[in-house]
Design a protein around this ligand. Structure first.
Ligand SMILES: Nc1ncnc2c1ncn2[C@@H]1O[C@H](COP(=O)(O)OP(=O)(O)OP(=O)(O)O)[C@@H](O)[C@H]1O
Length: 231
């Protein structure tokens, strides 16, 4: 499903953010991506969404070689990928419902179908009763759940998250991770970039560790596997 082969990413200022990164994430798998600040985690996620393009090497998503993807095909790639950010990027002048509906409205979906899908997504994250509220009236954990509902509302086969629990306490972080686990359990391929090594260790999943742009660990869960990402 996701294949990186000898991927390098050099930004215009000459900074080499990724160096010779290779990994395969099969369909339906779940992995964590850890590493120090500036290690290249966000860059790796951006390459998958085609927000950035690899300088060398190949990124293949669902059989598509992204460096060969024509610009007008990029929106089709993005529909396959739900993305959750740390700051959840919600619109506070719209209701919870409207925030979650946004990707479907952009796609031009029939309003009745939008209603059905949005409520199904809000139900999955436990926020069905809050659809009419503004996100500003919700707690940080609830806001992050709205962000997750929006990421999954068009049922993407891939879910990426960049520090999704960065602002949350350990209890709420664990609940958010439980949601990712539930989506993975129904077949969604999940990759979560995070600094939170304690949480990663509790989740007992594959852990990939970046250091200065290089993949220094990629292993099934082992308590010591994640320690290389600190610092
Ligand atoms: N657009 C850009 N132009 C130049 N350099 C960049 C750009 N984006 C990121 N970088 C640099 O590339 C390196 C990797 O950044 P990236 O955001 O991928 O790291 P990260 O592991 O996600 O860090 P953090 O955990 O702090 O978010 C950093 O040194 C960063 O300053």
């Amino acid at each position: 499903m996701i294949q990186f082969s000898n991927v390098f990413k050099r930004y215009e200022n000459g900074h080499e953010a990724l160096q010779n990164v290779s990994f395969h994430l099969p369909s339906g798998d779940m992995t964590f991506l850890t590493g120090h600040s500036g290690a290249g985690k966000s860059t790796l996620l951006k390459l998958m969404m085609r927000m950035e393009v690899a300088t060398r090497g190949s990124v293949v998503i669902d059989g598509q070689q992204l460096s060969r993807l024509k610009p007008h095909h990029v929106p089709f790639l993005r529909r396959k990928i739900g993305v959750v950010f740390q700051d959840h990027q919600l619109l506070f002048d719209r209701t919870v419902f409207d925030n979650v509906a946004l990707p479907l409205v952009i796609e031009g979906m029939d309003p009745r179908e939008i209603g059905r899908r949005v409520r199904a997504a809000l139900d999955k994250v436990g926020l069905l009763s809050k659809e009419k509220l503004s996100p500003i009236m919700l707690s940080g954990g609830e806001q992050q759940r709205v962000g997750i509902a929006r990421a999954v509302v068009n049922k993407p086969p891939i879910l990426l998250a960049d520090e999704p629990t960065g602002n949350l306490d350990p209890q709420l972080s664990a609940e958010i991770m439980q949601l990712f686990r539930q989506f993975n359990a129904v077949g969604v391929t999940v990759m979560i970039a995070t600094h939170d090594l304690e949480l990663v260790q509790r989740m007992a999943r594959r852990v990939m560790v970046l250091k200065d742009g290089a993949m220094i660990h990629d292993a099934p869960f082992k308590p010591q596997a994640a320690t290389g990402g600190e610092g």
